[in-house]
Design a protein around this ligand. Structure first.
Ligand SMILES: Cc1ncc(C[n+]2csc(CCOP(=O)(O)OP(=O)(O)O)c2C)c(N)n1
Ligand SMILES: [Mg+2]
Length: 376
C-alpha cells in the first residue's frame, strides 16, 4: 500500500489542518483557490451530516430496524470532494457505501435506508431528476464499473459529451473499492472505457481493507499503477483531504467531459468502522492501526483548517445541530416504514414474467394464506 504520508500523493491539507500542498498538488492550486468560503463550509457540512446519518443508520441496524448497514465512517472526504466536483449533467455510479454521494445529489436518505431494511431491490429511480443522476447501489462487486462504462459509451455514441459545451457535455464517475479491483468486471470495464474513450473517472477508494483482507495481500503492485496497462492516466490523492479529493476529481471530470477519455483516481483513505454491521474488525486489525488513521480523520482536518481561517464557533454549532436534526429525521421516518411485504422480493428481478418465479410467488402466497387470519 502507498503509506498515507507518501509525498507522491496529491494533498493540500496536512493532517493537522494546515494548508501545506504537496509537490503533486501544485497543478491543482488554481482549482483550490477558486473555492469560496461557502464552498468550503459546504464540504464540511456535507461530511458532518453524513457522519451523523451513518452513525444513526448503524444504530438502527443494531436495534433491529435494518438488515445491514455498510458504514462510510472515515471515507467522507474522498466521497464529498468527488461528488461536489461533478456537474449536474454527470452520472454517478456508486458501490454500496457512498451515502453522501447519493444524498448530496438529491437521493432521499430514507431510500438508502429502505434498501438496507430489505424493502426494495432498487432503492430509487435513477431516471427521476430528483435523484441527480445517481444510479442504484450494487452489492455485486465491480458490476457498477461495467454499468458506468456502458453508460459512458452511450454518451459517446449519442454525442452527449466532448462537444465543447461545458454546460451539456456529460461525464460518468464510478466508485469502487480496493477489493473490487480484483474483480474481472473492473478489468473489462477499463478495457472498454479506454477503447471507446468514454468520459469516465474510475474513482477507487482504497480504504485499506476488503472485509478482512488487507490491500497488501490483494495486490503486489500499487493499485494506481494498473491504469497504465489500460492506457489511461492515474492520480493518487489523499482521500482524507476533502480539498485534494475535490480538485483531483474536478480536473479529471472536466478533462473527461472535454473528450480526454477515461482516467483513474486512487483515493487513499481508511474505513474507520466495520466493513458492515455483520463484521467485527477487532478480529483482524490492530487498535494501533485504527489509532494511526484516527489522527487523519477527514472531518477533524477540515474543521482545523476552517478554524484557522476564522470560522466561528456558531458555524460549527449550527452544523452539528443540522446534522443531529437530519439523523433524527431519518430515525423517525425509519420507524414509520413498516415491515417487509415478502412478495416484493420478486419485483425487478426480470423485466418479463419468469415461469419459475411466478411459481415461487404463488407458493409464497399459498403459504402465507395457510396461516390462520392470512399472512404470517
Ligand atoms: C462479486 C462479489 N464477490 C464477493 C463479494 C463479497 N464481498 C462483499 S464486500 C467485499 C469486499 C469489498 O472490498 P472493497 O472492494 O475494498 O470495498 P469496501 O467494502 O472496502 O468499501 C466482498 C469480498 C461480493 N459482494 N460480490
Ligand atoms: Mg476496501
Amino acid at each position: 500500500m502507498t503509506p498515507p504520508d507518501d509525498p507522491a500523493l496529491v494533498r493540500v491539507l496536512a493532517a493537522d489542518g494546515t494548508f501545506a500542498p504537496s509537490a503533486e498538488a501544485e497543478r491543482y492550486l488554481p482549482i483550490i483557490e477558486a473555492l469560496t468560503d461557502a464552498d468550503l463550509e459546504t464540504f464540511y457540512r456535507d461530511m458532518v451530516v453524513v457522519r451523523a446519518f451513518d452513525r444513526q443508520a448503524t444504530n438502527l441496524q443494531r436495534q433491529g430496524q435494518l438488515a445491514l448497514w455498510p458504514p462510510s465512517f472515515g471515507q467522507e472526504a474522498a466521497q464529498v470532494g468527488s461528488v461536489r466536483a461533478a456537474r449536474p449533467q454527470d452520472h454517478l455510479f456508486p458501490s454500496y457505501r457512498e451515502h453522501v454521494v447519493a444524498t448530496t445529489r438529491g437521493v432521499d436518505p430514507i431510500d438508502i435506508i429502505r434498501v438496507m431494511r430489505g424493502l426494495t431491490h432498487g432503492g430509487w429511480d435513477p431516471t427521476d431528476p430528483r435523484n441527480g443522476n445517481v444510479h442504484i447501489y450494487t452489492l455485486v462487486l465491480g458490476s457498477q464499473t461495467l454499468h458506468a462504462t456502458g453508460f459512458g459509451m452511450g454518451l459517446v455514441f449519442d454525442g452527449k459529451t466532448g462537444t465543447g459545451d461545458p454546460e451539456r457535455d456529460a461525464a460518468v464517475i464510478v466508485y469502487y473499492g480496493d477489493g473490487a479491483s480484483s474483480q474481472g468486471d473492473v478489468h473489462e470495464a477499463m478495457v472498454f472505457a479506454n477503447t471507446y474513450r468514454t468520459p469516465q473517472v474510475f474513482f477507487l477508494q482504497n480504504n485499506q481493507w476488503a472485509i478482512s483482507v488487507p490491500v497488501a495481500t490483494q495486490s503486489r503492485a500499487p493499485l494506481h499503477t494498473r491504469a497504465a496497462g489500460y492506457g489511461m492516466p492515474s492520480t493518487v490523492v489523499d482521500g482524507n483531504d476533502v480539498l485534494a479529493s475535490y480538485a483531483v476529481s474536478k480536473l479529471a471530470l472536466d478533462e473527461a467531459r472535454a473528450g480526454g477519455g477515461p482516467q483513474a483516481i486512487e483515493a487513499m483513505t481508511y474505513r474507520m468502522g466495520a466493513h458492515t454491521t455483520s463484521d467485527d474488525p477487532t478480529k483482524y486489525r490492530t487498535s494501533d492501526e485504527e489509532h494511526a488513521w484516527a489522527l487523519r480523520d477527514p472531518i477533524i482536518r477540515m474543521r482545523a483548517y476552517l478554524e484557522g481561517r476564522g470560522a466561528s464557533s456558531a458555524f460549527f454549532e449550527g452544523v452539528d445541530a443540522e446534522a443531529a436534526a437530519y439523523a433524527d429525521d431519518v430515525r423517525v421516518r425509519t420507524g414509520a416504514l413498516g415491515g417487509l411485504e415478502a412478495s416484493t422480493m420478486f419485483a425487478h428481478v426480470y423485466s418479463d414474467p419468469h415461469p419459475l418465479m411466478t411459481e415461487q410467488a404463488r407458493w409464497l402466497a399459498d403459504y402465507e394464506a395457510s396461516f390462520e387470519g392470512g399472512a404470517a
